[in-house]
Design a protein around this ligand. Structure first.
Ligand SMILES: [Zn+2]
Length: 223
């Protein structure tokens, strides 16, 4: 069964439950780990490293609470070093923009999310992209799916409107192709950002520079 390793603060109950709701009904298992203890060592480090290595992706839930934890950066550095060749998703609350400056040496996705149904659905779609329960090694072909976001602009419709679940490849794993690819003007890092459709501002989670996407008209995917 596919799994996703999730780092969070035990104090961020709302965000944790919101995320777990997104996992509900999927065939992807969440593996939760709290930021509160010091960076693991010895036996605990081996266990957590194995959890990360066996996971299909790593989700990092940032928050203003996490910002206050003295060793958060150590944790994220450690995880990024352990999660070699894994997708690393940094989730930051929309309203915390400008109040968090935690950086990650490497990430593949940055998400400015809100505790709202539209984002829960979007995150569920992300999670579903890692579902490998339907994948057979001998099966080749393309599984195309699409979803139309942005039908509820008031609720914060999302940028990153087309979903292409990549074709099944050898040892197939459907990889998410969500979001908008960016190249930071300052540190040149490349990753994808996921923002509400009417917001172009985000911070680079590698160098903490302020960045802005040129807003564009949403394109609804063909189903
Ligand atoms: Zn940058």
């Amino acid at each position: 069964m596919a799994s996703i390793f999730i780092s969070h603060s035990k104090q961020d109950n709302d965000a944790k439950h919101f995320l777990l709701e997104a996992f509900a009904g999927t065939k992807v298992k969440p593996i939760l780990e709290e930021f509160e203890p010091a960076v693991p060592s010895g036996v605990s480090a081996t266990k957590i490293a194995n959890d990360i290595k066996s996971a299909n992706a790593v989700f990092v839930l940032l928050s203003e609470t996490v910002q206050q934890l003295a060793h958060t950066r150590d944790w994220i550095n450690w995880e990024c070093g352990t999660a070699v060749n894994k997708d690393i998703w940094i989730f930051e609350p929309f309203e915390a923009h400008g109040r968090i400056n935690i950086v990650a040496p490497r990430l593949t996705h940055f998400v400015r999310y809100s505790l709202h149904d539209s984002w829960r659905n979007y995150i569920r779609t992300i999670i579903d992209c890692y579902d490998d329960s339907h994948v057979f090694p001998t099966l080749a072909g393309t599984a195309g799916t699409g979803a139309a976001f942005g039908k509820d602009p008031v609720a914060g419709a999302l940028v990153g409107l087309s979903i292409g679940v990549a074709g099944l490849i050898l040892h197939g794993m459907a990889k998410p192709t969500l979001g908008i690819g960016v190249n930071c003007w300052n540190c040149k890092s490349t990753y994808k950002v996921h923002l509400p459709t009417d917001i172009g501002d985000f911070r680079c989670a590698t160098c903490n520079s302020n960045c802005r996407l040129a807003l564009q008209q949403p394109k609804l995917a063909t189903v």
